[in-house]
Design a protein around this ligand. Structure first.
Ligand code: SF4
Ligand code: SF4
Length: 180
């Protein structure tokens, strides 16, 4: 996954990019209430298993960008989608910032504004349509048949749609026309 210079925070910051209300909006959202308590110690990043193997994913930096008001840079950052939601950061933050939940809030906001990777769009659309996150190609189904394997169980998209009702990602996806 690549990240553009502007979304990585490497480009010089322009005053027009700053949204001073962003951090206060975040303090009112479930999971990111304590974002202003972050004093940038870097413990979250140093313990993050994803950051260990990535040159660009840094939860501390994302939180810093949000504190500065760089709404678009945070929400358009490709690295946002690398978080594995393991909660190691949350467990280790000396300030009690729920870092993993903050990342979830960023993701929800990104989805609301239509900024998320195409692959998730496709997976969610397949899930809503077939009950499976991956649309199994016809060729593969035929191959199973030729090898005398039993047919795959049918997905239940109706149940999936019901279970996912109210999930922001799905709602956002439907709003942006990524799924029916
Ligand atoms: S561990 Fe907590 S206080 Fe330290 S940088 Fe991460 S969020 Fe901020
Ligand atoms: S929840 Fe995400 S940011 Fe936190 S340690 Fe795990 S991978 Fe890193």
């Amino acid at each position: 996954m690549t990240e553009s210079a502007s979304s990585s925070g490497k480009e010089p910051i322009k005053a027009s990019e700053l949204d001073p209300k962003f951090k206060y909006e975040l303090t009112k959202m479930h999971g990111s209430e304590k974002i202003l308590k972050c004093f940038q110690c870097g413990t979250c990043t140093s313990n993050c298993p994803v950051a260990r193997y990535s040159d660009s994913y840094r939860p501390r930096t994302l939180i810093h960008m949000a504190q500065l008001g760089l709404r678009d840079r945070v929400l358009k950052s490709d690295t946002l989608w690398l978080c594995a939601a393991c909660f190691t950061c949350t467990d280790n933050c000396p300030q009690g910032v729920e870092v993993a939940n903050v990342i979830r809030v960023f993701r929800n906001l990104a989805v609301e504004s239509g900024c998320f990777p195409q692959v998730f769009k496709e997976q969610a659309a397949a899930l809503l349509e077939s009950g499976y996150a991956y649309k199994i190609p016809e060729l593969r189904l035929k191959k199973r048949e030729s090898q005398c394997l039993p047919p795959l169980p049918k997905g239940n998209p109706e149940k999936v749609r019901k279970a996912l009702k109210g999930v922001k990602f799905i709602d956002g996806l439907q709003k942006t026309g990524g799924a029916t």
